[in-house]
Design a protein around this ligand. Structure first.
Ligand code: HEM
Length: 441
């Protein structure tokens, strides 16, 4: 992926137009942060992010009666997106969110550490299944915030036909197949290809299982009664009071968007800590001595891991009006792509760009490593502006609490060639996961 972007930029310069095939719109790659900043800021009044076209078709036509005309937050555009987002923002971006969910997520992090202690001697299992184990954590933690209840993913090993495992698999399949159908050329709009049939099955499974969990959570709420302090309510409960359809759709989308993203970033951070023992030792030292110093250093480590690996390698907005950028005319209806991961690993913006150096996020302005020397929009792991990731706070909290428990319990090492990454719609790691976890207690 980086090679292709490097060739495009090297050969054609800072603005590169790529014509779409099979009903994909024209894409315009902007390699200058000033350029995409200009477009993205001008689009803030109506930020269009086309994506998931099969999901759109699935929700609005194939399974229309089920969704009551709603596209969901991921897929809605224009006024429908704004109305949806305005309803859900207070529940998900609440400043008290951290205080509210930290104890529950910390309990899940401790359960994960306990499970890892039981399986860590089995190198072959970890090599093949580390990501699966981590995904159980992210599902359990995201479900706690979304539904207010635990699913039990970490209690014992889950068979592949357990609903939680099926939910995880359907999510993975949706991202994989969406890449096949919507990024690579595909005639799915004209004929039902095998990949199209598979993604419809995956959407059905994702919906059925998330609905099963949502209904179960609602039953528990009804039994308990709704008369509890506002700040103690789950996202589902808060949203039910505002709009029931939106509540169900949001909970289902949290279970779709909040699982693989969190496990990817946690794996990426753990890999970097394993490869940089001094950083890991410092983080452990901060955990032992000062909560505030830990938080500060953890944040720098997380930012650095996110700089090196974005879950979504590029950001995207479709123009809803004309622009003039760098002397070029960009008409309405163009997909403007900001290749943020590629730029974040470029020497043009960061010294020693391939190195994991959390200190760059902490040093003074006078230091050449100072992060502020790069344009502020080069690194955008959670997207941009009013349409940026709504799960950011939840994701950061989950990762912070899990890393804290893991690093205080284990020395993490990596034995083998660097971790393998596959760039598709989202980045994913593939086995082997050559981690070892040795108790330091
Ligand atoms: C570290 C983990 C995560 C990363 C790196 C990430 C990244 C992103 C990015 C890049 C976008 C696109 C933003 C844009 O277009 O400007 C996005 C959107 C979104 N994310 Fe996340 N995400 C993460 C975790 C989560 C979690 C935990 C949830 C749910 C609880 C979530 C739910 C969503 C939703 C619903 C959207 C669509 C927002 C909208 O269109 O208004 N994400 N995320």
């Amino acid at each position: 992926m980086f090679d292709v972007l490097g060739i495009l930029e090297g050969k054609f310069g800072p603005l590169v137009k790529v014509d779409g095939v099979f009903a994909r719109g024209t894409m315009l790659f902007l390699f200058e942060p000033d350029h995409f900043e200009q477009v993205y800021r001008a689009e803030e009044a109506n930020p269009l992010r086309p994506g998931f076209q099969v999901l759109d078709y699935y929700r609005t036509q194939l399974r229309k009666s089920r969704y009551g005309g709603l596209h969901g937050l991921i897929n809605a555009q224009g006024p429908e997106w704004r109305e949806f987002r305005t309803k859900v923002n207070p529940a998900l971006l609440l400043p008290k969110l951290v205080k509210l969910y930290a104890p529950g997520i910390d309990e899940i992090a401790q359960d994960f550490v306990q499970r890892l202690s039981q399986i860590t001697h089995d190198d072959a299992y970890i090599k093949d299944n580390f990501e699966l184990e981590l995904t159980k954590f992210s599902l359990e933690a995201t479900a706690l915030v979304a539904l207010g209840s635990r699913l039990g993913c970490l209690k014992d090993s889950l068979d592949s036909d357990h609903p939680a495992r099926r939910l995880m698999k359907s999510t993975r399949d949706i991202f994989e197949l969406t890449y096949k159908l919507e990024i690579r050329p595909s005639p799915w709009r004209y004929i039902a290809t095998p990949a199209y049939k598979m993604v419809i099955e995956a959407y059905d499974t994702q919906w059925e299982i998330s609905m099963m969990y949502i209904n179960h959570a609602r039953k528990k709420l009804e039994q308990r009664g709704y008369d509890i302090p506002e700040e103690e309510k789950s996202v589902l409960e808060k949203l039910i009071a505002i709009d029931e359809k939106v509540a169900v759709m949001m909970a289902s989308e949290m279970l779709l968007a909040g699982i693989d993203t969190v496990s990817f970033v946690t794996t990426s951070l753990l890999f970097n800590l394993a490869m940089n023992q001094k950083v890991q030792d410092k983080l452990r030292e901060e955990i032992r001595t000062s909560e505030s110093n830990y938080k500060r250093y953890f944040r720098a480590c997380l930012k650095e891991a996110l700089r090196l690996r974005h879950v979504v390698p590029a950001n995207l907005r479709r123009t809803h009006r004309d622009h003039i950028v760098g002397g070029y005319y960009i008409p309405k209806g163009i997909d403007v792509i900001a290749p943020n991961e590629y730029l974040s690993r470029s020497e043009k913006f960061y010294p020693q760009p391939e190195e994991f150096i959390p200190e760059r996020w902490l040093v003074e302005k006078s230091d050449p490593l100072y992060y502020g020397n790069a344009h502020p929009l080069v690194t955008l792991p959670f997207g941009f502006g009013v349409r940026s990731c709504i799960g950011r706070r939840i994701a950061e909290l989950e990762i912070e609490l899990l890393i804290k428990r893991l690093i205080e319990e284990f020395k993490v090492t990596w034995n083998g060639p660097p971790i393998k990454i596959v760039n598709k719609l989202t980045n994913t790691f593939v086995k082997p996961y050559n981690f070892t976890f040795t108790s330091v207690k």
